[in-house]
Design a protein around this ligand. Structure first.
Ligand code: UD1
Ligand code: CA
Length: 485
């Protein structure tokens, strides 16, 4: 079967989206880690049209700079059309045509910037039906339980499409029709132009309705049709935040399903959130309560969760990441992270390394097999292969004005409660005692200590805290013991 491709896809995104009640333009609200507009553009580009046009007006500069930032993987250029002050989907489409060649022929698809679940396959099937039936216009319709607010598909007694009537212009009879206009269409370019030229604003909303092109073509004796979609989610628009959340949940359900079919174990898809740009290998296991965001990439056999958020994080094969928050970090193959770890940008944990419980890391290269197991902060540091950092250590990187770096060599055994006052370097194979404040470089193989002698003031508690439980315990402990000289 030859690939049917539209000559142009027009994405309408000029409307204000007032029901979102937001300073952020509606089509820039995200689900699955992408804006609604990004989802729409991805589907439009995926239909491989020769021309791709987005119509903007409300917050146009913000939309245009967002469009510029999108990594659209397609050879077509994205054209921007500005809608003028004349309102309506018909006018928006007219404005789009000004960006296209005058002698345009073929199939023009019109879709919206706020239908995030629509796929390129659905656009292409619509184009196929449209072209094989030699229609002037083909509209994607849907049978819904509550048609309120939508344009209705009006058919004649034989079931043939007559026209579309908007809710506000509809009679009571027409309002009871449950087949609605999705707002996604395929038009023959010439028929679209003729239809648009006929539009007026003589209707309940004072807008140029794109829907009127259908009735115009039909009245001109051309063939028009409505083809119903079975997948209602694909034509659902996000008009308010309730619909946005519902669409986000459904998108996520579809994404989780795709990964499970690709060999990923997701124990609880209801509490697992996976962004569109995440990539997962076979035999990854995702435990409940996990969010995989941005361009996170998980290698085969790795286990993530429960209760972890990884954004733009790379996890190597066979690694384990438990109850962790991570952003712009790399976890090597076979490494262990968590529970309760915080990996900040620039963390790079080597193969078989460990970042353990209540450990925060940032700009830190932790070598192969190196370990920071407990209660530590590692910032602006390099820790060599096979080294171990004792519990409760801090890489003291900030002097109040500037940040400095600490370097620990390979196979060092550093004591607990060490402070590394940067800039400072610890050589390969060095040791340190507990509570060392490392202010001076430690040569390879040396044992570093900061020794402050311990003093015990005998009897201090009984004398200074009489009557406390500590004093009573101390007295009980000394009973029967010979009095010290
Ligand atoms: C439109 C259809 C209606 C259909 C419904 C499906 C018309 C006249 N009506 O309704 O039959 O059931 O979509 O959701 O077409 N837009 C512009 N410029 C404008 C107006 C709208 O670009 O001047 C864009 C909006 O940004 C949005 C889309 O067109 O992406 C639809 O606009 P909206 O107001 O939500 O749809 P309706 O006109 O109510
Ligand atoms: Ca409207």
């Amino acid at each position: 079967m030859s690939q049917t491709r539209p000559i142009a896809v027009i994405v309408l995104a000029a409307g204000q989206g007032t029901r979102m009640k937001s300073t952020l333009p509606k089509v820039l609200h995200p689900i699955g880690g992408r804006s609604l507009l990004h989802h729409s553009i991805t589907a439009a580009a995926g239909a491989t049209p020769e021309h791709l046009v987005v119509v903007v007006r409300h917050e146009r500069d913000q939309l245009v700079s967002h469009l510029d930032s999108l990594p659209i993987n397609s050879t077509q250029t994205l054209l921007i059309a500005d809608q003028d002050e004349i309102p309506g989907t018909g006018r928006a489409t007219e404005c789009a045509l000004t960006q296209l060649p005058d002698d345009l022929t073929g199939t023009v698809v019109v879709t919206y910037g706020d239908v995030p679940l629509l796929t390129a396959d659905t656009i292409n099937s619509l184009v196929e039906v449209h072209e094989s039936s030699h229609n002037a216009a083909t509209v994607l319709s849907a049978e819904v339980d509550d048609p309120n607010g939508y344009g209705r598909i009006v058919r004649d007694a034989s079931g043939a499409l007559l026209r579309i009537v908007e809710q506000k212009d509809a009679s009571d009879d027409q309002r009871s029709i449950r087949e609605i206009n999705s707002g996604i269409y395929a038009f023959d370019a010439a028929a679209l132009k003729a239809g648009l030229a006929s539009l007026t604003t003589d209707n309940a909303q004072g807008e140029k309705y794109l829907t009127d092109v259908i009735g115009f073509s039909r009245d001109a004796g051309q063939s028009v049709a409505a083809t119903a979609t079975a997948d209602l989610w694909q034509v659902e628009g996000a008009n308010d935040r309730v619909q946005l959340a519902n669409l986000g949940k459904e998108l996520n359900r579809r994404v989780c399903e795709k990964w499970m079919r690709a060999g990923v174990s997701i124990i609880d898809p209801d509490t697992t959130w996976i962004d569109m740009d995440v990539s997962l290998s076979e035999d990854v296991t995702i435990l409940p309560g996990v969010q995989l965001l941005g361009a996170t990439d998980i290698g085969s056999g790795a286990v993530v969760g429960p209760d972890s958020t990884l954004k733009d994080t790379e996890v190597g094969a066979g690694a384990q990441v438990v109850r962790t928050h991570s952003e712009l970090a790399v976890v090597g193959a076979g490494a262990k992270v968590g529970p309760f770890s915080y990996l900040r940008p620039g963390t790079n944990l080597g193969e078989d390394g460990k970042i353990g419980t209540f450990v925060e890391t940032k700009n830190a290269d932790i070598g192969r097999g190196a370990k920071v197991p407990h209660l530590s902060y590692v910032g602006d540091a390099e820790i060599g292969e096979g080294s171990n950092i004792g519990a409760a250590s801090v890489f003291v990187n900030y002097d109040g004005v500037n940040k400095h770096r600490t370097v620990v060599g390979k196979h060092a055994r550093m004591g607990s409660d060490n402070m590394y006052v940067a800039p400072v370097t610890v050589g390969d194979g060095a040791y340190s005692g507990a509570s060392t404040t490392v202010r001076k470089d430690v040569p390879a193989g040396a044992l570093a200590m900061t020794v402050a002698p311990q003093r015990n003031l005998e009897g201090w508690v009984v004398s200074n805290r009489p009557g406390t439980s500590a004093a009573q315990a101390a007295e009980a402990a000394s009973e029967g013991e010979p009095a010290s000289e």
